[in-house]
Design a protein around this ligand. Sequence first.
Ligand SMILES: *Cc1c(COP(=O)(O)O)cnc(C)c1O
Length: 390
Amino acid sequence: MRPSPVDASLPSLDETAERILLSAPDVGELEREYVLAAMRSGWVAPAGPDLHAFESEVAERVGVAHAVGLSSGTAALHLALVSWGVGPGDVVPVSTLTFAATVNAIRYVGAEPFFVDCDEESGNMSPSLLRQSLTHLRSEGRHVPAVVPVDLLGKAVQYGAITEVTQEFEARLLSDAAESFGSTWQGLPTGSFGDASVLSFNGNKVMTTSGGGMMLTNDEALAVHVRKLSTQAREPVVHYEHNEVGYNYRLSNILAALGRAQLTRLDEMIARRRSWRERYRNIFREHLGVRILGGEDDSQDNCWLTGIVVDPHSATFSARELGAALRLSNIETRPIWKPMHLQPVSRGIKGIIDGTSEKIFDQGLTLPSGSAMTEEQFGRLIAQITRVIG
Ligand SMILES: *Cc1c(COP(=O)(O)O)cnc(C)c1O
C-alpha cells in the first residue's frame, strides 16, 4: 500500500468553502406538505394510513406482493432472519464488501457470518466464490439457512448466477437492496429477488424517511410474521398477549408520509444522480488507470453513489490523495466500504477471501452523488478534481 499523503504539513481545511456532502437528504416543500398533512390527520401514533399507503406504493413499484415498513433497513434484515428461525449454529454467507449493518443483523440472531469476496468489476458477491463457500460449508456439515448478497452502491448483484447457487444448496436468499432502490436487473426491479429483500430509507440513501426501512417479500406468512414481530409480537387480542419475543421496529406514520412524498420524486432524483455519474465518467475517461466501480453499463443502476477505483501503477494520483485534497476544499468523499473481514469486530469470523474487496478498498473512493447537490456545487467539485488530477 502507498503511504498516506494525509497528516502533518498539509495546507489546512478551507472553512470558507460551503461543505459538499456525499449524499445529503433531498427534501423540500412537497415533503413538508405530506408530513404536515399526516400530522393534521391525527395519525401521529406509529401505524396509520400513510404507512399502509407507503407500503402498497413501494410494493407496487418493486413488483412484490408484500412490504413491511420498519424503523431501519437493519431492522428489516434482522426480522427476516428472526422469522426464518436463523440462529446459533447456523452459518450465513454474506458479502464482505458492505456496510456493517448487513453483517450485524446476522450476529444479532447469534448466527455466524461467512464472508464472501467479490467480483472486480462491481464489488458484488462473486457467484463462484459463493459456490465455493457453500461447497466448503456443506463438506464441514454446517447448516446454511440463508445467503445475504448486497447490491453495492446501487448496482444489482448477478441474481441469475447467485440464485442458481442458493437454490442448488437450498439456502434462502435475503437480498440487501438497501442501496439499490430504483435499480433493475434484466429489467426487473431490485428488491424483487430472493425469498425476501430489504430497503433502507436512511438519510443518505437514494430516498429517505429520515430513518426507516422495509422488508419486501412475496411470502405472505413471512410478511405477516415480520409485521407482528415489529410491534412487540402482540397477539390479536384485546389484552396484551405475547407468545414470542417481539421488537419495537415499526416505521412511524409521519415518516411514512415523508417517504410517500419522496417516492413521487424517486425517478427524478435518480435521474439527477445519473447525470453526475455521466459527467464523472466523462472526466475520468481521459485518465489512465481510473475506472468507475460497476462497469461501463450502468443503464440499470440507480447511481446511488459513484465510486472510482484508481490503479496506483498507471494513474497519476491515488484515490487517497484525491480524497485528502477534496477534504481540504470541504468536499466529502469516502473510501468504498472497508471489507467486513478486515474489521476488528469480525475477528475470528471466517470466509473465502481472494483479495478483490481489499483492492477495491485500497484503491477506491466514493464521490459526492446526491440529488440535492447544485450545479454550482458540482462545478466547484469538478474544478477541484481537475486541479488535483491534472
Ligand atoms: C444503509 C445500509 C443498510 C442499513 O440501513 P439502515 O436503514 O441504515 O439501517 C444495510 N445494508 C446496506 C448495504 C446499507 O448500505
